[in-house]
Design a protein around this ligand. Structure first.
Ligand code: 5AD
Ligand code: SF4
Length: 470
């Protein structure tokens, strides 16, 4: 049994990692034919992409995917630790699975992975109170799933295999992509920023970049397979290359990925502190790098930003924001905001509202601060009541939503390029996203999924646009 360990996870010395190739022993292939699985993914795009690898690995073993977890032989929960409600959702689902195991299917195999698996407290709970969970693996040993699953099924005992610290980078894991035209491509794992509220540096480990050649090869293969869009993923993509190269960072990588001639390149998430002028120049120079930047601000108060350990001030964020707006044509900027951080006064909160009035973000993900055990912010005295936090969230949402609608309205009558993804069942219209990452529902003839079409915008809503193909 291998267990998570926060003390180890917190350490940052120079990481000496190798890149190794995924391989699976032939004896595992198709060893579980006729069995079915269901996977539930919580949290961010990194988790979604991990689930694409997990699905492919399990299918190599012979499992078939089904959509009804009550009928599955194997259920895997790929979990998220970022806020308490993500925890609660996963534990709620475990409760439902326990019931199924007790009443309908005593052979049900339940697995848990993702960020919660890296938490000491969660593993203690699973060892003590959730004995019906058959196996757990962490974020650093995804590639060992076939061995762990085989051991679980054959040995019929609870298997917990979580590495307290990151190990090597594994290339060549199989992948079963959810979408046919858009693909996620990891470029950097882990995070070294240690924002004081955030659990990610503990659950995802040290910052480690994939080799540029491996990334570019993956994108070239995707182009050959007909993919139109890639999103380069990382907790902080702007730190790409820092641990590997002297003079090759996100700007250079974007340039090389753009030259593969993939139709659309996106990247997320960007930490404002690592955003260089040369990255901005590259984004503005290449037409296939999408003018859409996710730039979390978290708070508009420099005092709170300092307590959050964000390494920028309100003024320096605004300087960067203005530079991006000025240099990249037609750019859209989205953000993340936390309200109710310990010590946030009404004045601090008003600074957040003010900056939202100024920036008029195209999209914003807003959250109430959630205390995460063992993070530095957990030691701060939190005097803001939940009621107050909820009220602030509401007031903030009113402001940001107003600008989503205002920005969308400006597009009425204009023509935008949309990558067609499918048919929206609710509306019986095609849907897709603009270059600036806005959702468009539209009508038109002779359109195939995957086509990039020119759409005239006829109507604007807060979270979407309606239009017709020109
Ligand atoms: N509480 C609330 N929101 C958080 N985020 C990260 N940690 C926390 C937390 N403890 C938010 C940040 C981050 C986004 C992915 O989640 O805004 O950018
Ligand atoms: Fe968390 Fe900050 Fe790293 Fe983002 S940059 S993952 S908020 S520690």
């Amino acid at each position: 049994m291998m267990l998570p360990n926060y003390k180890e996870a917190r350490k940052r010395q120079k990481v000496d990692y190798k890149t190794i190739k995924y391989k699976i022993d032939n004896k595992y292939i198709n060893s579980f034919n006729n069995k079915t699985y269901f996977i539930k993914t919580y949290g961010c795009q990194m988790n979604e992409h991990d689930s694409e690898n997990i699905s492919a690995m399990i299918e190599e073993l012979g499992f078939k995917k089904i959509e009804d977890y009550e009928k599955a032989d194997l259920v895997i929960l790929n979990t998220c630790s970022i806020r308490e409600n993500a925890h609660n959702k996963a534990f709620g689902m475990l409760g439902r699975l326990k019931h199924i195991k007790e009443t309908k299917n005593s052979n049900l195999i339940i697995g848990l992975c993702g960020c919660m698996a890296q938490e000491e407290g969660v593993i203690d709970q699973i060892l003590n109170d959730y004995r019906f969970v058959n196996f757990v693996f962490g974020t650093h040993n995804l590639y060992e799933l076939p061995i762990i699953l085989d051991k679980t099924i054959k040995e019929e005992k609870q298997v917990i295999e979580v590495y307290p610290k990151e190990k090597d980078l594994v290339e060549g894991m199989p992948v079963k992509r959810d979408k046919s035209y858009k693909a996620y491509v990891n470029i950097i794992y882990g995070c070294d920023k240690f924002c004081t509220y955030c659990i990610v540096p503990y659950t995802r480990g040290s910052q480690r970049s994939r080799k540029k050649e491996d990334i570019i090869d993956e994108v070239k293969t995707l182009v050959k397979e007909g993919y139109k869009e890639v999103t380069l993923l990382g907790q902080n993509v702007n730190a790409y290359g820092k641990d590997l190269y002297k003079e090759y960072g996100l700007g250079e990588l974007l340039e090389d990925v753009s030259k593969t001639n993939i139709k659309r390149v996106r990247f997320m998430t960007s930490h404002p502190w690592d955003f260089t002028d040369s990255m901005i120049d590259t984004i503005s120079k290449y037409k296939n790098i999408m003018p859409s930047i996710h730039l979390p601000i978290q708070s508009g108060s420099s005092k709170i930003l300092k307590l959050m350990g964000r390494r920028y001030t309100k003024e320096s964020y605004l300087e960067l924001f203005n530079k991006i707006k000025e240099k990249i044509d037609n750019v859209s900027i989205s953000t993340d905001i936390i309200v109710g951080f310990p010590n946030e006064t009404e004045e601090d909160f008003k600074e957040t509202l003010d900056i939202c009035e100024y920036c008029k973000f195209d999209n914003a993900f807003t959250f109430i601060y959630s205390k995460r055990e063992n993070t530095p912010a957990a030691k701060l005295i939190d005097e803001v009541s939940l009621e107050e936090k909820e009220e602030r969230l509401q007031r903030l949402n009113n402001v940001v939503n107003k600008y989503f609608l205002e920005n969308n309205k400006k597009l009425i009558g204009s023509e935008v390029l949309v990558l067609t993804e499918g048919i929206s069942e609710k509306k019986d219209m095609y849907y897709g996203y603009t270059e600036t990452n806005k959702l468009v529902n539209f009508t038109g003839e002779n359109i195939n999924f995957g086509d990039i079409v020119k759409v005239e915008i006829l109507e604007a809503k807060t979270w979407s646009l309606d239009g017709h193909v020109k």
